[in-house]
Design a protein around this ligand. Structure first.
Ligand code: GUN
Length: 293
């Protein structure tokens, strides 16, 4: 069994990005600039956004954090997005999800100019991904593709089972694994809450990608010998032994499943660090105007 070290692979990518930023600024160019919009005080979102801002600083990007109380109206937030859309100094924009219930995430996502949508959530970028055109790929699925590539895992002709159909992970993941590319060229099955007999399907997986947010859902008897298992779960579970008061639990019962795998990602230190690395990659593409010209 080989552990896929997402922390190390993400660090390699960040080093590559930092070198490219040095190249841009050495030639008198402007450092890429990411804007993050954070609404309210959700603990998870606070942590993710602060990690994103810190990662920007580490690679030499400029970053701006726009914070608003959860009393901001939808119209006001749409105006914030529009102002950032029109700001020529800002290359990429993310609005951290989830948003308060009175604000439609779809309306906000659609307001972001596709050229600045480095999350890859805008319908224009999702549509371009489905077409196989150049686009900003959503960060977590793209990070997983990068993990498979840099771990030398062959995917063509393999059966990939994706657990979960979320718009952020499961749905785009199934499209990327099925496309005519390497990594890709898989036969893909997507399982969700209405799937009958999930274990019968996961047992057929050469590559199993679990993204349902249920800690320990994938047990040893659901996994084929020699499978590659990618765990996207990051559920916070109370843990008095930790200073933060919680620990992160994956969707896979690691101790039980790992001995059966050829490769497996740990939680934490697997997929998580790759998500931020992908966001940085997209922001660099935005600054270089590599997708939309
Ligand atoms: N919430 C959970 N994951 C993400 C992400 O990748 N981007 C944004 N904007 N919000 C999220």
């Amino acid at each position: 069994m080989q552990l896929i070290d997402g922390k190390q692979i993400a660090q390699d990518i960040r080093n590559e990005i930092a070198r490219q930023v040095q190249g841009i600024t050495a030639e008198g160019g402007k450092a890429p600039h990411l804007a993050a919009v954070l609404v309210g005080n959700d603990g998870g979102s606070e942590t993710y956004v602060s990690h994103k801002v810190k990662a920007c600083q580490e690679v030499g990007f400029q970053s701006s954090l726009f914070r608003y109380p959860d009393t901001i109206s939808e119209a006001e937030l749409l105006q914030v997005v529009e102002d950032i859309n029109r700001n020529p100094d800002i290359d990429g924009l993310i609005v951290q999800l989830p948003l308060p219930r009175h604000i439609s995430p779809d309306k906000v996502t659609e307001k972001i100019r596709p050229e600045k949508d480095v999350d890859g959530f805008h319908p224009a970028n999702l549509g371009r991904m489905v077409k196989g055109w150049p686009c900003y790929l959503p960060a977590t699925p793209n990070g997983i593709v990068e993990l498979l590539k840099r771990s030398g895992i062959a995917t063509a002709g393999k059966h990939c089972v994706v657990l979960g159909r979320s718009q952020i992970v499961g749905l785009p993941m199934s499209i990327l694994m099925g496309r005519a590319a390497e990594p890709g060229n898989c036969t893909v099955t997507m399982c969700h809450s209405r799937t009958a007999d999930i274990p019968a399907i996961t047992r057929q997986a050469d590559i199993l990608i679990a993204a349902i947010g249920k800690p320990g859902f994938v047990r040893a008897d659901m996994v084929k010998d020699g499978a590659v298992v990618i765990d996207v779960g990051t559920t916070r579970v109370a843990d008095p032994a930790k200073k933060s008061g919680f620990s992160l639990k994956g969707d896979v019962l690691f101790d039980e499943v790992a001995p059966k795998c050829s490769h497996i990602t740990p939680v934490p230190g697997g997929v998580g660090p790759m998500t931020i690395a992908s966001l940085l990659q997209n922001t660099l593409l935005a600054a270089r105007k590599a997708i939309y010209g």
